[in-house]
Design a protein around this ligand. Structure first.
Ligand code: NAD
Length: 495
């Protein structure tokens, strides 16, 4: 069944026009140009959105500034909390619509978008809880006794947010939620590949009573709307999730007004399976560490290090798991693996599949595009496992963003640690062992923002998530997240 059979969608999925939100008004772009967004499973055009440019970004930033200095600055923390809880309740009510929007626009299986509910709504409620707890501290001066000092935590101001296409609902909430909790205003630039859910979310924000100009969504390309936002002198802080290369250009663009940055970038995350692990449990988790969302997850555990004594058996079991996965249109609840987002991404992934074979890796399963029957209309790739991979091959070094595992044996824990860390990225890592000592040693040694032991993908609103090295800096989730949207002011009072 088509996803939209079961719920009334408030936005067009028949190729119609979907305007963007600037200063409380649903508008087209200044240029009048539009972009089309397609369903990656079928190729059908879902909607057209404005192709925003510098002029639209200027208007949105001005609206965000007016709101920040005007009505929004008079909202008390308690009022922001109540508003965020109302937004969360509306998300609860409309979750099926949000889930179907993500599935249609970016291909993620509907079972997965539905299951993201608690993760996304839990985030909103976590931020709501924090809104009334953003306190400074009193400090006893170390030099003078007749001075009272304290700190205040103040919103940074207008936040520019640029997000990718691979999890639009979650990415939008991770940017807008903390802004609302801290008293900032936002201009969000969704990915041109999947702009529909962020627009739907803006709609729900409006319905909840978020004042005009507090949340603005400008659709458009990276090189026009995105670059204009990254450069804008009226933006105080930029939060970005996307590729490392774009992150680097954003760092350069932000230099003009030294805006603050948080960067959630790419990865090449290692998964280490020790011979003592519970293999029944490790096989599906290690497989889905890569195959979930067709490998289009920043934390994809794409380098699989397996202790030599169990290597061949383990790799064969992961390959058997891969062969049994049901691939198809994400709108079908039976689908486990959906399409890649675009023809461009398909070409990129196919390039890595060729490179793997050419560089001498052994193809255990997959390795091809799938074009049988209805699959021909979308960008589907078979879940793929390469073995006999060496650390220097492209498939072991570069982020593929596709369903491709590079398996490698190891002999000692030290070797596994060293090879796992031999990457400029540092986003996530997985460890499978029943030995608590090994679990702790590896957790300490691995250079990454998150380490999962005997599990993978776990994200929690109260736990900070983010990277190190070329995976970026800044954290989302936990109390550190709110700190990213706050400045600290020190006050001294002479008695
Ligand atoms: P991308 O970098 O191509 O695009 C991300 C966003 O940046 C889009 O909205 C795009 O329009 C915009 N953009 C592109 N060029 C720009 C420019 N010059 N200036 C300003 N904005 C610009 O990434 P993508 O292909 O959409 O997403 C995939 C990447 O995102 C992968 O590398 C993945 O690892 C990463 N990612 C990271 C995380 C994380 O939390 N660390 C989460 C999801 C995705």
């Amino acid at each position: 069944p088509a996803a939209h059979d079961t719920v009334a969608l408030r936005q067009p999925v028949d190729g119609g026009m979907r305007p963007m939100l600037i200063g409380g008004a649903w508008v087209g772009g200044a240029s009048g140009n539009t972009l089309e967004t397609r369903n990656p499973a079928t190729g059908a055009v879902l909607a057209r959105v404005p192709r925003g440019d510098q002029r639209d970004i200027d208007r949105a930033v001005a609206a965000a500034r007016r709101a920040f200095e005007g009505p929004w600055s008079r909202f008390k923390p308690y009022e922001r909390q109540v508003l965020l809880l109302k937004v969360a309740d509306l998300f609860e009510k409309h979750w099926e619509e949000i889930a179907q929007s993500d599935t249609l626009d970016m291909g993620m299986p509907i079972t997965r978008t539905r299951a993201n509910r608690n993760r996304v709504i839990g985030m909103l409620r976590f931020y709501a809880g924090m809104a009334t707890a953003l306190n400074g501290e009193t400090i006893d001066n170390s030099l003078a006794g007749d001075v009272v000092s304290y700190t205040r935590r103040e919103p940074v101001g207008v936040v520019g947010a640029i997000i990718p296409w691979n999890a639009p609902a979650a990415a939008s909430v991770w940017k807008i939620g903390p802004a609302l909790a801290t008293g900032c205003t936002v201009v969000l630039k969704p990915s041109e590949e999947a702009p529909l859910t962020p627009l739907l979310i803006a709609d729900l924000m409006q319905e909840a009573g978020v004042p005009e100009g507090v949340v603005n969504v400008v659709t458009g390309t990276g090189s026009e709307a995105g670059a204009a936002l990254a450069e804008h002198a009226g933006v105080d802080k930029l939060v970005f999730t996307g590729s490392t290369a774009t992150g680097q250009s954003i760092v350069r663009a932000s230099a003009g007004n030294l805006k603050r940055l948080s960067l959630e970038l790419g990865g090449k995350s290692p998964v280490i399976v020790c011979a003592d692990a519970d293999l029944e449990r490790a096989v599906p988790v290690a497989a889905m560490a890569v195959f979930a969302n067709s490998g289009q997850i920043c934390i994809a555990g794409s380098r699989l290090f397996v202790e030599r004594s169990i290597h061949d058996d383990f790799v064969e079991r992961v390959a058997a798991y891969a062969r049994a996965l049901r691939i198809g249109d994400g709108a079908d609840p039976a689908t486990e693996i959906g399409p890649l987002i675009s023809a461009r991404q398909l070409t990129r992934v196919e390039g890595f599949l060729d490179a793997g074979t050419r560089e001498g890796a052994r193809l255990v399963t997959g390795g091809t595009r799938l074009t049988e029957g209805a699959l021909a209309a979308g960008h589907f790739v078979a879940p793929t496992v390469f073995a006999d991979v060496s650390d220097s091959m492209a498939i072991a070094r570069e982020e593929i963003f596709g369903p491709v595992i590079s398996a490698m044996p190891f002999d000692t824990l030290e070797e596994a640690m060293t090879r796992a860390n031999a990457t400029p990225y540092g986003l996530a890592a997985g460890v499978f062992t029943r030995d608590v000592g090994k679990a702790h040693r590896l957790s300490r040694a691995l250079r990454s923002g998150s380490v999962w032991v005997n599990t993978y993908h776990a994200i929690d609103p109260a736990v900070p998530f983010g990277g190190t090295g070329m995976s970026g800096y800044g954290r989302e989730g936990g109390t550190e997240h709110l700190a990213e949207y706050l400045d600290t002011k020190a006050v001294f009072i002479r008695l």
